[in-house]
Design a protein. Structure first.
Length: 217
């Protein structure tokens, strides 16, 4: 079932778009089923849960931290995480860089842009995001690499609102890409809105329930 769900999603998206299977709350067996069907990128929103899974699952899985990043827990994932999606402060970026130095690796990150008016959503304003990217602080960091933007749209079925939010993220992405050719990821779109997100320029989508079914709490 999981493999056919993945194939169904892949048939709907261009091959330029990367699918992140959101495996939070899912068992190792379920992740293995997805992995054995060819899916290698998985997203978790709790660092401790991701660490446990990483220890016991195949080492060539690419782990994505898609939840809100707590600065004091960055150290636990810094030796293996493939991409951190939710950086929303210069302080967190500095800690990621410090951990990258410690583990002698460059850690890839996305800055989280706030595109929704919902108070529950984290993220940077456009000005704050650009401030970080253009800062001398970031330019001096050798072990962290900002690869682009992550954005979470409003929880709504109103496609006009979603389109407006996604197009705003695409506008900010295009702006920062002009000054840094390493910026190439726009991560937006989930199970309920990924096709619209792709229409608006997303090249990385985070899909959970359409692959694994409803979350286990």
């Amino acid at each position: 079932m999981i493999d056919s769900n993945i194939n169904k999603i892949l048939s709907k998206i261009p091959n330029t778009v990367e699918l992140i299977a959101v495996s939070k709350t899912k068992s190792n067996d379920e992740i293995l089923e997805a992995f054995n069907s060819g899916q290698i990128s998985f997203g978790e929103n709790k660092i401790q849960e991701m660490v446990k899974k990483q220890e016991s699952l195949p080492k060539n899985i690419k782990w994505h931290m898609i939840g809100h990043v707590q600065s004091n827990k960055i150290k636990y994932m810094s030796s293996f995480v493939n991409l951190i999606h939710g950086i929303d402060s210069l302080k967190a970026l500095k800690i990621v860089n410090k951990e990258g130095v410690k583990h002698q690796r460059t850690i890839n990150c996305l800055l989280q842009l706030k595109i929704s008016k919902e108070e529950s959503k984290f993220g940077l304003s456009e000005n704050k995001l650009k401030e970080i990217i253009y800062s001398e602080d970031y330019k001096s960091m050798k072990n962290v690499n900002i690869k682009g933007i992550m954005a979470m749209a409003s929880f709504t079925s109103d496609s006009d609102i979603l389109r407006e939010e996604f197009m705003y993220a695409k506008h900010v992405f295009d702006e920062i890409k002009k000054s840094d050719k390493k910026i190439d990821i726009l991560s937006m779109g989930m199970s309920n809105d990924f096709q619209l997100a792709i229409e608006c320029g997303s090249n990385m989508i985070r899909v959970g329930s359409l692959i694994f079914g409803a979350r286990n709490y």
